[in-house]
Design a protein around this ligand. Structure first.
Ligand code: BG6
Length: 485
């Protein structure tokens, strides 16, 4: 299958930090369909050779195992082309169309790795140039809107040029191998399904913790915050994967219909429940990985006195027969104690304990980061005989699946997976417009309540697990966060 992949924003951060390394890995793994061309477009004048040299240099910043040798890069570079485009010029789109027609590839993927305020110009111009035929797909990178209205506006603009199945919205968390594993665990095995419900599950915790701060992105981050940056998309997408009903097929829309149902079943927030069930925080100076780090307000490009949240913890429920009354806790933050993303499914305790002493409910931990894996925590007899009081001694043990070890050569990164899916036209892991809008609808009361609240975020020390109020939030239900267990 031949393809043309056009990267709008071809000299930007996303392209060289994420997309090029992912494309190179796909190339190295032999997964990129042969007969492809990758065209970077951007504002300034460069030759193909200059662009290739620019990308080569950027690869020096990539982790060592993922850097190409000179020979590998030379072969990869043959796929890379560059074209100057002024995105407001119809003639430049006509030129682009001509470029694609020279080859007439089976698939043309247009990746909009630009600021979203260019989406409308680009889509209109692509439509006017007729670069929206059935073999064309457009990939949209976040942020996809700032709130419901702006997300709807983006969808309206994109929808005027492309049909829904041509528009691929990226949430890179859906490309992480652990998410595929979650699907496999739930729908490829019969073991867990009977337990996957309120009768057996006490609560579910989704944590996406980062140890990094906002770095040099202070100005962008300050207009975004953790709720928009991580909860509205990544954390909610993980929640839908955990809570969805089994889809009837593995077709993209069968899956996305079920995910949408979950988003629609989330308990809506009111001003009152925002105060009670949502904690927002902002880091102050502290120590992370043994190094002193500044507070959010001291970071470059962050406005003085900003009330932007760098941490959110919240409690919600999925209002359905399967999940009624089961708390779902979502938590994310920058400058936390560790880089750690995981979903913890806490099962209920045994109804009638016959062993004295250790009591611990089973839990299943789906680990996304730093490594992906699965842990099932069980209580087992230690085998050392009973204690002096005659009671059997039970101890927690875990069944531990390390996927990096189990399938060493087959792990592909999130962007690599999603780019290959975009080229192949597999839509399962892309977010449909109605899902995206529903997610905005759900977070909006939180944004509203915060915009009226004068107290602002709670401070937490960099290197901690966030404000104490986040622990209090789960303690109210008699729970603790995974790291406190
Ligand atoms: C991005 C956010 O979507 O995800 C960043 O904008 C965040 O703020 C990043 O750091 C985290 O992704 P990952 O894959 O490193 O967990």
């Amino acid at each position: 299958m031949s393809f043309d992949l056009v990267l709008f924003g071809g000299t930007g951060d996303l392209t060289w930090r994420k997309l090029m390394p992912a494309l190179f890995q796909a190339f190295r793994h032999g997964k990129l369909p042969p007969g492809g061309r990758i065209l970077a477009v951007a504002r300034d004048e460069r030759s193909d050779a200059e662009y290739r040299a620019f990308i080569r240099e950027k690869f020096n910043g990539v982790e060592e195992a993922k850097q190409p040798s000179d020979d590998e890069f030379a072969r990869f570079a043959e796929l890379l082309h560059y074209r100057r485009m002024d995105l407001s010029q119809p003639a430049h789109y006509a030129g682009l169309k001509q470029w694609t027609e020279e080859r007439n590839a089976d698939t043309v993927v247009l990746f909009l790795a630009t600021s979203p305020n260019l989406f409308s110009t680009i889509c209109e111009q692509l439509g006017a140039a007729g670069l929206n035929g059935p073999h064309v797909r457009v990939v949209l990178e976040k942020p996809l809107g700032h709130d419901l209205v702006s997300a709807q506006e983006i969808n309206r603009i994109v929808g005027a040029t492309f049909r829904e199945e041509q528009a691929l919205r990226i949430d890179h968390y859906l490309g992480k191998p652990a998410v595929q594993n979650l699907m496999a665990l739930r729908f490829g095995n019969a073991l867990f399904e009977p337990l996957w419900r309120r009768e057996s599950i006490a609560n579910i915790q989704i944590t996406i913790a980062e140890s990094i701060g906002v770095g040099t992105r202070g100005d962008f981050y300050d207009t975004t915050g953790a709720l928009r940056d991580m909860i509205q998309n990544h954390a909610l997408q993980l929640l839908t994967m955990i809570a969805m009903e089994p889809p009837s097929t593995s077709e993209a829309d069968a899956i996305r219909d079920e995910k949408l149902k979950v988003l629609r079943s989330l308990k809506p927030f009111t001003a009152e429940t925002v105060t009670r069930d949502v904690v927002r925080g902002q880091y102050k100076a502290g120590t992370v990985d043994g190094k002193r780090v500044p507070g959010y307000l001291e970071e470059a490009k962050v406005p003085a006195g900003s009330a932007c949240e760098t941490f959110v913890a919240l409690r919600t429920e999925v209002q359905s027969w399967r999940w009624a009354g089961v708390p779902f806790y979502l938590r994310t933050g920058k400058r936390l104690a560790a880089r750690d993303a995981q979903i913890v499914v806490n099962f209920r305790e045994v109804p009638h304990p016959i062993f004295a002493g250790t009591r611990q409910a089973n839990k299943l931990v789906i680990k996304l980061q730093p490594e992906d894996g699965l842990e099932l925590h069980l209580l087992a007899a230690k085998g050392g005989g009973p204690a002096q009081d005659g009671n059997e001694v039970l101890s927690p043990v875990s069944l531990d699946l390390d996927f990096d070890k189990a399938f060493p050569s087959e792990r592909v990164g999130a962007y690599e997976r999603l780019l290959l899916d975009a080229i192949a036209g597999r839509l399962n892991l892309f977010v449909r417009s109605d899902e995206q809008e529903q997610a905005w609808r759900w977070v909006e009361p939180i944004l509203d309540a915060w915009s009226r609240d004068t107290i602002g975020p709670r401070a937490y020390v960099a290197g901690s697990w966030g404000p104490a109020a986040a622990s209090a939030l789960v303690a109210r239900d008699g729970c603790v966060w995974a790291e406190e267990q």
